[in-house]
Design a protein around this ligand. Structure first.
Ligand code: PGA
Length: 217
């Protein structure tokens, strides 16, 4: 809510987000920067493990995770849903309308250990006794999406990472229990006093997702 932010004219905002969240933040950041051109912004993107390290080192004002670390000193506000889908090349003709276990012999392109997306997939597989036998690690959502589109294998990706793909590049498979759901959370640490700029951006994030028409550029 731009009007509500107008007292925030100077200072800095240090924001660190997990790689999947980088798809949803830029329009909001751009709106925020237009409203507050004198605030210096530092926007860092990394996988979950890298962003946890930054949190431990007290590097930033705000963090975005879908799975924040367990820590009583964190303040977490959920603001949007994150859904993981099983995706395949558009000409895929293997098993579909089935369980993940039925895809155990398909090649899967999965994110690296340290990724929050990978962590959710591993958790699901562990809890459901699924073993994916042919896994290739790819450390980038874009590289995974493009590799799947070129026929290299299947993947489990956040729906946010698919938003910019051509409609006919990929198909989403209909797999029992999918999409796996988690929530983006904007996180601060109690030991770091929150700046006016940071709290304004946090509020704009929460507002924007509760009232989606405000995200429009
Ligand atoms: P990732 O995190 O970018 O490390 O996969 C995404 C998430 O935490 O949902």
């Amino acid at each position: 809510q731009i009007a509500a932010l107008q007292g925030v004219e100077v200072g800095s905002l240090k924001l660190a987000v997990v790689t999947t969240a980088k798809y949803v933040i830029p329009p909001l950041l751009s709106e925020f920067c237009r409203a507050h051109p004198n605030i210096e912004i530092n926007f860092t993107v990394g996988n979950r493990a890298q962003i946890i390290q930054r949190l431990t080192d007290n590097k930033d004002d705000l963090y975005i995770f879908s799975q924040p670390p367990e820590d009583a000193e964190l303040v977490c506000y959920p603001f949007a849903e994150n859904k993981l889908q099983v995706v395949a090349p558009c000409n895929y003709s293997g098993p579909n309308n089935c369980q993940l276990a039925d895809l155990a012999e398909e090649k899967f392109l999965l994110r690296e250990p340290g990724s929050g997306t990978r962590r959710l997939v591993d958790q699901y597989c562990r809890q459901n006794g699924v073993i994916l036998n042919k896994v290739m690690i790819v450390e980038s959502n874009e590289a995974i999406r493009l590799s799947v589109a070129s026929g290299l294998g299947l993947a489990i990706l956040s729906q946010h990472t698919l938003a910019n793909s051509r409609q006919d590049d990929l198909k989403t498979l209909d797999i029992k229990d999918f999409p796996l759901k988690s929530h983006w959370q904007v996180v601060t640490h109690k030991r770091r006093p929150i700046s006016l700029a940071a709290s304004a951006f946090r509020d704009s994030l929460i507002d924007a997702f509760n009232q989606p028409e405000k995200i429009t550029k």
